[in-house]
Design a protein. Structure first.
Length: 187
């Protein structure tokens, strides 16, 4: 039975959405195409009608997730410019973000995986990172554009590193301490 264009588009959306969560939760090598499709409620056979490869799906899912994050950060910056940096940091450097990678940042969950993949996945991360850094740059204090950029890069790298480390250690107190230290550093 042939699927309508509208249904095919909805199926693709479902695959990308579910894949984003599953990749962030299990890593690139932690899930296969069959399980990705099963998670989306579709059969394995339909995968290659939508994507050239698992890596192509990762690139699209990562791009989509990071675009959504940039939009959330931009909304926060527009709605409350005076407290936006603190709100973004509080949300990013949270126990919830550490404990639920499927719902969090693609870079903290997949950064090491993407570094080993091809140009499409790396480009998706590059675009998302540039967008998030751009939002942080707008929120940094000072009149010097170069200094705000430097502060944004340091903050971004620090937040990512703090979440990665907080997830990697087996001591909950150390995990919390890492997050709190980074949050305090960023103000």
């Amino acid at each position: 039975m042939k699927v309508s264009r509208e249904q095919a588009a909805l199926n693709r959306e479902r695959i990308v959405e579910e894949a984003g969560k599953l990749f962030r939760e299990r890593g690139y090598d932690g899930i296969g195409v069959a399980d990705l499709m099963k998670g989306a409620g579709l059969t394995h056979g339909g995968f290659y009608g939508h994507f050239a490869s698992k890596e192509a799906l990762l690139a699209e899912a990562t791009a989509r997730g990071l675009e959504a994050a940039v939009q959330r950060w931009q909304r926060t910056a527009e709605q409350s410019p005076q407290t936006a940096l603190a709100k973004i940091c509080h949300s990013y450097l949270s126990k919830t973000h550490v404990e639920q990678p499927a719902l969090g940042c693609s870079i903290t969950a997949l950064g090491a995986d993407v570094a080993r993949l091809g140009p499409a996945a790396r480009h998706a991360v590059t675009c998302g990172a540039q967008g998030q850094i751009g939002v942080l740059e707008q929120l940094m204090p000072g009149d010097d554009e170069a200094e705000r950029r430097k502060q944004a890069l340091v903050a971004y790298a620090g937040m990512i590193g703090a979440v990665v480390l907080a997830r990697a250690v087996d001591d909950p107190a150390l995990s919390a301490e890492v997050l709190q230290a980074m949050a305090a550093t960023l103000g």
